[in-house]
Design a protein. Structure first.
Length: 448
């Protein structure tokens, strides 16, 4: 605008104001002129050459003569575009946060220390508390955590301190009526001082119930299957012996064909029972002194007999005994060895390497089979997990063996790891401490 334009027309500036802001501007001005009151309002001004609008704060105060009459107006226009932009971003982010808080799917709360200072309706509904309880400071996540989840919760707090966030984990909350709610929680640090965290809570009861039903089913199925199978096994043996006695050898041989599959089913059912015991926390150990060399000899001898397709090479010796459960350790090595053979159908040898240090014995079982892709190496120790590789589909199994193996090794305070190269083979390494007795757990039925 030129000065002449402004001087000739009081409203000349209107053409530079955004059409939506014009009326407001006129009203403010008119009010100021009518009353002599200072004014202040926000409008969008157009840059004459580029046509781009920016937000301005327009302020005006009257200048008066000695008689108090208004003789002029003094005004300022301050560019507040950046401030407006920040306000808009803040408004949008507040809107998003509000939308999330109002979500009726996830429970959300904000805490300072142990105290929950804000929570959405979903969280209150989940736990049975009211907004009044919240305002009165009666919501404290530490007090809502049952004692058996305290250790896991403190672990999560350590993760928060180290990484500013908590990866989802399962726990329970004590609700207002004393009942327990299984949940999945995760959190993000909002500010460190004072400590403020936003926690997201998902109701996990449906999944937990399904898990429980699955565990109950496995438990029931393994017991229900065992009884008829035992009858089949005993009757088959009995009839076979009778047939042999009556020199009906052909029929006896035909019947003996049933024994292999029956044994296989027996093994599967035994594994199912074992899984069900682990999941119920009822895996029992009978502790005794175990000569590992002798045990491994026994395992390799039996495997050589049952799997003549492969040569088993044993290198080194342990020359140490440890306190362990002989039958369960046998289960560990039989399983690793039979897997090594099962998953290397085209190879002819599997190897066992033994070594001892002052604190531990190490047993490595290696094969020259198809190997395990990197992304599946942790999962193979999970229950019912089987590699998805097509070439393995033809190999029978239910994915329970390594889960049981890992649990037994853990029960002996040992470790199990796997190294593998796809197409070349795998090595499973078990390390068992030689020193110190396993803890006298409630499930230790006999300790030497
Ligand atoms: P299962 O053999 O009954 O499937 P496991 O728990 O013993 O169950 O093994 C889980 C999965 O790990 C197997 O399905 C297989 O994909 C993989 N696996 C285990 N041992 C080996 C091995 N020696 N070589 C390659 N893959 C293996």
């Amino acid at each position: 605008m030129t000065l002449a334009q402004i001087q000739s027309d009081r409203w000349a500036h209107l053409q530079f104001i955004h059409p939506d802001d014009r009326e407001g501007n006129i009203a403010h001005w008119q009010h100021a002129l009518d009353t002599g009151a200072p004014f202040e309002h926000e409008v969008r001004f157009k840059q004459g050459q580029t046509g781009v609008y920016r937000w301005f704060l327009v302020r005006g105060v009257p200048g008066r003569n000695e008689a108090g009459q208004i003789v002029k107006w003094v005004g300022t226009c301050t560019d507040i575009e950046e401030q407006k932009r920040i306000e808009e971003v803040l408004r949008q982010s507040q809107q998003r946060a509000d939308a999330l808080m109002k979500s009726n799917i996830v429970g959300i709360f904000v805490d300072e220390g142990d105290q929950i200072t804000d929570a959405n309706d979903t969280f209150l509904r989940m736990t049975g508390y009211t907004r009044d309880d919240l305002r009165a400071g009666r919501l404290n996540w530490l007090q809502m955590t049952p004692p058996e989840y305290l250790a896991r919760t403190f672990e999560a707090q350590q993760e928060l301190a180290a990484r500013q966030s908590i990866t989802p984990y399962e726990k329970e909350y004590l609700c207002q009526d004393g009942s327990r709610l299984p949940v999945l929680v995760c959190g993000v640090l909002l500010q460190p001082h004072p400590l403020q965290v936003i926690t997201i809570v998902l109701d996990n009861s449906a999944r937990k119930e399904l898990d429980q039903r699955k565990d109950d089913f496995i438990n029931m199925a393994s017991h229900e299957l065992r009884t008829p199978l035992t009858v089949v096994k005993l009757q088959t043996q009995l009839v076979r012996k009778r047939l042999e006695k009556h020199a009906q050898h052909e029929a006896a041989t035909a019947l003996s064909q049933v024994e292999g599959p029956v044994k296989q089913m027996e093994r599967l059912i035994a594994d199912l029972l074992e899984v069900s015991r682990i999941q119920a926390g009822r895996l029992e150990y009978v502790w005794e002194r175990v000569d590992l060399d002798e045990l491994l000899r026994e395992v390799t001898d039996t495997t050589r007999y049952t799997s003549p397709s492969h040569t088993i090479l044993v290198r080194g010796s342990v020359q140490a005994s440890l306190i362990g459960d002989r039958d369960r350790l046998r289960q560990v090595f039989t399983n690793l060895l039979s897997n090594a053979i099962k998953y290397s159908p085209d190879a002819t040898t599997v190897e066992i390497d033994l070594s001892t240090s002052e604190e531990a014995v190490t047993i490595r079982v290696s094969d020259h089979g198809q190997g395990i892709p990197r992304e599946q190496r942790d999962k193979i120790f999970e229950c019912f997990y089987r590699a998805t590789d097509l070439s393995q589909r033809t190999i029978l199994g239910l994915g329970m063996g390594l889960y049981i193996v890992a649990e037994i090794v853990k029960g002996h305070r040992g470790t199990i790891t796997v190294d593998s190269e796809v197409g070349k083979g795998s090595t499973f390494t078990v390390t068992l401490p030689t020193r110190g007795m396993p803890e006298r757990g409630k499930d230790a039925t006999h300790v030497l």
